[in-house]
Design a protein around this ligand. Structure first.
Ligand code: F6P
Ligand code: MN
Length: 370
């Protein structure tokens, strides 16, 4: 028995690995063996990325990136490495006919020399990568779609499918432990990488988000750009026990969506990157196809809710590959409350938080004027 293990080898061998899980799911649901093969390729890619990320500053190419990606964001060497691992590992399995990545302006075709399949893979190879230099959890987000009938060389339009058509979605976490969280549309399951046997192992079956929470996450430095319904919600939270909610709230901001969503899966919470007026050309920060849609599927499958504030995220019809969208997701009671605040505001009610007077009791001056 390993000094680090609390269970015997015999018990360990009965554990469900990620590979075993997806094979059993295929048998149970009659799903396509090609989907199983694709998910197997994704887990292999995640193992390689986990290894590269865990080497941190020891990695020969680690350091501050200077290139800029299609989003206008600084590209770190590990962003590029993770992107290449995903492209290379997933192209060769014969399951895909195209891929879209946050790091590439256009869809990536499957080379002629490889067999082509019916699936489309959309991914953010290294979410939260601004956290790499500071050794905080990052991850890979992925979404699996079906190509339309007869499509063998998909164009951008073939990827523009609403999240409710996802066949599978998941994310890998590269943190204190490496994990994969997966949904195939029948609940959400978490697997932890056991480095001793080199396999992701089912450690969090059927994850459920608590319906109520007293914890929220938002980048509060954008407060002055928020819409009134979001100001209203956050104002009530930070006023705590003596405010209208009558309870103290806790706030978190990791600046890695993967880490925030994982926290919410484990203990509930609300995550917001809402519409703001910071840059009128961008209706939000997060990308629909490879951040919002897969996370929305996972959150809903775990019993939570995911919305733009005005529309269910899974029903948003994409119009471009790298489109951004407002995101509010997590524990259902809080998402419902914030959705109601949006609706009231849009009906012309609840205008108090539009007023410049709101500033006298903003988050950082919550006692004055309240
Ligand atoms: O990919 C976008 C992302 O890095 C998310 O992972 C994270 O939630 C957010 O951006 C962080 O945004 P900000 O830099 O405003 O804190
Ligand atoms: Mn990202």
């Amino acid at each position: 028995m390993s000094p680090f293990s609390s269970v015997s080898n015999e018990t360990q061998s009965r554990r469900t690995t990620f590979s075993k899980f997806i094979i059993e799911e295929e048998a149970r649901t009659g799903s396509d063996p090609s989907l199983t093969a694709l998910l197997n390729d994704v887990q292999t890619a995640c193992k390689f990325i986990a290894l590269a990320v865990s080497r941190g500053a020891l990695h020969s190419t680690a350091g501050i990136g200077t290139d800029v990606n299609v989003q206008g964001e600084t590209q770190k060497p590990l962003d590029v490495i993770a992107n290449n691992i995903m492209l290379d590992e997933c192209a060769r399995g014969g399951t895909l006919c195209g891929m879209v990545s946050e790091e590439l302006p256009e869809p990536s075709p499957i080379p002629e020399s490889y067999r082509h399949g019916r699936y489309l893979l959309v991914f953010d190879p290294l979410d939260g990568s601004s956290n790499l230099d500071v050794n905080v959890t990052v991850g890979t987000i992925f979404s699996v779609l079906l190509a339309g009938e007869g499509v063998t060389e998909p164009e951008a339009a073939d990827f523009l499918q609403p999240g409710n058509r996802q066949i599978a979605a998941g994310f890998a976490l590269y943190g204190p432990s490496s994990m994969i969280v997966l949904t195939l549309g029948h609940g959400v399951h978490g697997f932890t990488l056991d480095r001793e046997i080199g396999a992701y192992t089912l450690t969090h079956p059927d994850m459920k988000i608590p319906t109520s929470t007293r914890e929220f996450a938002i980048n509060a430095s954008n407060e002055r750009f928020w819409e009134p319904p979001v100001r209203h919600y956050v104002d009530e939270c930070v006023r705590g026990k003596t405010g209208p909610r009558g309870e103290d709230f806790n706030m978190r901001w990791v600046a890695s969506m993967v880490a925030e969503v994982y926290r919410i899966l484990v203990r509930g919470g609300l995550f917001m990157y809402p519409r703001d007026t910071k840059d009128p050309g961008k209706p939000g920060r997060l990308r629909l196809l490879y951040e919002a849609s897969p996370m929305a599927m996972i959150v809903e499958q775990a019993g939570g809710l995911a919305t733009t504030g005005r529309e269910r995220l899974l029903d948003v019809e994409p119009t471009s590959l790298h489109q951004r969208v407002p995101v509010i997701l997590g524990s259902s009671e809080e998402v419902e409350r914030l959705t109601k605040y949006h609706a009231a505001y849009d009906r012309g009610e609840d205008l108090e938080f539009e007023s410049p007077l709101f500033n006298v009791r903003s988050m950082f001056r919550s006692t004055a004027g309240s």
